[in-house]
Design a protein around this ligand. Structure first.
Ligand SMILES: Nc1ncnc2c1ncn2[C@@H]1O[C@H](COP(=O)(O)OP(=O)(O)OP(=O)(O)O)[C@@H](O)[C@H]1O
Length: 235
């Protein structure tokens, strides 16, 4: 399994943001859904080693996120919801910087490949601060993918993209999911239907559904994913 999560809990002060969740993920695209404040970003931050859990365990490619953080970071790429970027850097410069952190062999070739894959070509000479939101998302995705990780954690990667850009990024996620394990958080049900093989719905820190997209809809009498989502989380 690429990701194994067991009884994972995160408490902030007095609030339980994640409440004893367990799941596994293998190559493919896992849709990680839930209403605002359900605990999605918190879970993603624990998986990527950004914050520690309160209890329970999580491992990536067999490595524990707390005990073996460097092994995990080698195998995981993370696009956080806020997509923090160095706005004063040029696109290529920022990718060169990330390539240096990962000690990537032949960085120029890898950066050229990633620019091509993420459709950054026409904007590659600009400073990040000059880019539109959609292109900034692409830079964030390019940075997350640069070291060719086996696992990608994408927190709302398509928010703010126009319909043309959406199609391009979704296709990229679909292609990447053929070989990599992708955890994709999104509020766009159409997107889940377009790219996800497995769906987890989380509500108030607990998993309320974990199934293949097809099976989930089947168990709810062929209802749309949106209807299933609402019936499981509107309480
Ligand atoms: N650093 C923090 N300190 C205190 N509480 C926090 C912190 N980060 C998140 N929380 C709380 O934990 C809960 C889960 O938040 P989280 O960001 O994981 O939700 P989410 O499912 O990603 O939501 P959204 O869809 O709005 O991004 C929320 O109630 C949130 O207010």
């Amino acid at each position: 399994m690429s990701i194994t999560v067991e009884a994972l809990t995160k408490v902030y002060g007095t609030q339980k943001a994640v409440d004893g969740i367990s799941f596994t993920a293998s190559p493919g695209v896992l849709g990680f859904l839930g209403p605002n404040g359900a605990g999605k970003s918190t879970t993603m931050k624990i998986l990527t080693g950004f914050i520690p859990q309160t209890s329970g365990t999580a491992s990536v490619c067999g490595f524990d996120v707390v005990k073996q953080p460097l092994e995990v970071k080698r195998r995981i790429g993370y696009l956080p919801e806020s997509n923090p970027l160095y706005t004063d850097m040029y696109v290529k410069e920022s990718l060169g910087f990330v390539a240096g952190i990962h000690k990537i062999q032949d960085p120029a070739k890898r950066i050229a490949d990633i620019i091509e894959q993420t459709g950054l070509g026409p904007e590659q000479q600009k400073k990040i601060g000059q880019l539109s939101k959609g292109y900034r998302q692409r830079v964030g995705l390019a940075q997350a993918m640069l070291h060719n990780p086996e696992v990608l954690i994408l927190d709302e990667p398509t928010s703010g993209l126009d319909p043309n850009q959406l199609i391009g990024i979704r296709q990229l996620i679909l292609d990447l999911g053929k070989t990599k394990t992708i955890v994709l958080s999104t509020h766009i049900m159409q997107e889940v239907e377009a790219v996800c093989s497995q769906v987890i719905i989380i509500n108030k820190g607990r998993i309320v559904a974990n199934d293949s997209l097809h099976q989930l809809r089947e168990s709810y009498g062929g209802k749309s994913l949106e209807e299933v989502f609402i019936s499981l989380t509107n309480n």
